[in-house]
Design a protein around this ligand. Structure first.
Ligand code: NDP
Ligand code: 8X3
Length: 251
């Protein structure tokens, strides 16, 4: 664990940030990515006491920026052992007939194409070294479509298909590939989905949602398995949630 270099996309918030804090304490060298540079700087200053941190500020929608960012890594961060493709969000929750094309573009461009761009920049090094570990953050929405979830669910179904394809194609190089698929996690996710609308405040009320730290612990567990063990596909819900629409609320 200690000597590994881990790249986390979407490290400025939620699951990615919690994962950075957890992994830093096991001494892993971290490359933290996101668009909000000031947040990356704060996280870097907090975590530098535990480990070496390098930050990369770029938008995963920008193909050239993804490749330039990975190319720009200093020598001591160039060997990426673990790639955590976490950057992503839902944008909107609307029936297909009224959904916004801008929201659809954002979800497909960030959740699917952004994941592919970053992976394309990182995978050749793993192939050359014949080792590596890719953990893609999917969603329960990648296994089940729910009302008004249409394009977000499609983007996460794509993440799962890409994960399975990566696992097959990278098998011969000894590269592990995993999908972690959470249900409801209390992060900035709903603020982004509902564009700051107060409706976001109700999403996690009346039950105990998963916390970002719960997913970070799962990611830490996956990374820490012995070389011959690959956790391929993990679905995790809060206890109150049975599927995307069955949630036991007390309010
Ligand atoms: P947050 O909104 O808290 O975090 C999203 C992260 O993604 C931020 O760090 C953000 O950084 C980054 N990001 C978003 N868009 C871009 C972009 N265009 N370029 C680069 N980085 C980007 O949400 P979560 O932590 O909940 O989400 C993380 C992942 O978990 C997502 O893939 C999400 O789909 C998935 N997920 C979330 C669930 C939930 O209920 N919360 C459940 C299942 C899966 P910045 O804005 O600084 O760029
Ligand atoms: C996030 C969980 O149920 O809002 O992927 O789609 S959900």
């Amino acid at each position: 664990m200690k000597n590994k270099t881990v790249l986390i996309t979407g490290a400025t918030s939620g699951i990615g940030k919690a994962t950075a804090y957890l992994l830093a304490q096991s001494g892993m060298r971290l490359i933290l990515c996101g668009r909000r540079q000031s947040r990356l700087e704060t996280i870097e200053s907090e975590l530098s006491k535990f480990t070496d941190i390098h930050t990369l500020t770029f938008d995963v929608r920008d193909k050239a920026a993804c490749f330039e960012a990975i190319e720009s890594l200093p020598d001591n961060f160039k060997t990426i052992d673990v790639l955590i493709n976490n950057a992503g969000n839902a944008h909107g929750l609307d029936p297909i007939e009224t959904g916004s094309i801008e929201d659809w573009d954002a979800m497909m461009d960030i959740n699917v194409k952004g994941l592919l761009y970053v992976s394309k920049a990182v995978i050749p090094g793993m192939v050359n070294r014949q080792s590596g570990h890719i953990i893609n953050i999917g969603s329960s929405a990648g296994k089940e479509v729910y009302p008004k979830g249409n394009v977000y669910c499609a983007s996460k179904h794509a993440v799962l298909a890409i994960t399975e394809g990566m696992r097959i194609d990278l098998n011969e190089y000894g590269i592990k590939v995993a999908a972690v698929n959470p249900g409801l996690v209390e992060t900035e996710f709903s603020k982004v989905r509902f564009k700051g609308d107060a409706i976001a405040d109700n999403v996690y009320k009346g039950y105990k949602a998963l916390q970002a730290s719960d997913i970070a612990e799962i990611i830490g567990f996956i990374i820490s398995r012995p070389a011959h063990v690959n956790i391929a596909d993990l679905l995790v819900f809060p206890t109150a949630q049975a599927n995307s629409i069955t949630i036991k609320k007390t309010l």
